[in-house]
Ligand binder design. Sequence first.
Ligand SMILES: Cc1cc2nc3c(=O)[nH]c(=O)nc-3n(C[C@H](O)[C@H](O)[C@H](O)COP(=O)(O)O)c2cc1C
Length: 202
Amino acid sequence: MKEILIVLSGGRAKGNTAQLADAFMKGAVEAGHHVELVSLNKMQVNGCLGCNACRYGKRCVQKDDFHSLIPKIKKADLMVFASPLYFWTISSKMKAFIERFYCIAEEDENPPFGRYERYPVRDCAFLMTAADNYFWTFEQAASYYQFTLVNYIGFHDKGMLLAGGCGDTNGKPEITKTNHLQNAYHFGKAIYDGSSTDGTLL
Ligand SMILES: Cc1cc2nc3c(=O)[nH]c(=O)nc-3n(C[C@H](O)[C@H](O)[C@H](O)COP(=O)(O)O)c2cc1C
């Protein structure tokens, strides 16, 4: 049994991304994992101010909901980042949330090349929805996930589900017309059963 934290960021309340995250959650719960979903839409998480107070032993100066998420981040075995594609990348809410990892970094006396501090390291996965479905639709978002969360912070990649062709937001969510929800369910169910290949692109 693993502790799974799904961070949903942006998107409509019952939109494509929320449905994708729910389908993943259903599969993971059925596989016996404990899953918590937090929606950044319902909380206030600001981007980093770069004040560097945290680098001098102080608690992050911002009085927002990120503080309540820190224990959840530290407890999780797997963090799932779920976002709609906005202007070819992750939502601003997701970006703000990731920036705040800065204040939970710890000093690393011997950092690997290209990294300056130590982060709470766990597994991660990435769920996205978009209107378009071209071969390049998710290129920037997937690259950001790989570069920032996997290469830089050091998470262990458990895979991405890039759900294109879900329709635009000028109408009802159309994800049910695709097979992405079934894929998300199976992704969640199989994530720790040894049958999925880490780093899979679904
Ligand atoms: C501000 C905004 C920007 C968007 N940018 C893109 C984009 O760059 N590429 C794309 O394919 N879809 C884009 N979309 C469409 C959404 O990614 C797509 O409809 C998504 O599934 C909406 O998620 P939701 O149903 O969870 O709200 C954008 C939608 C909005 C509202």
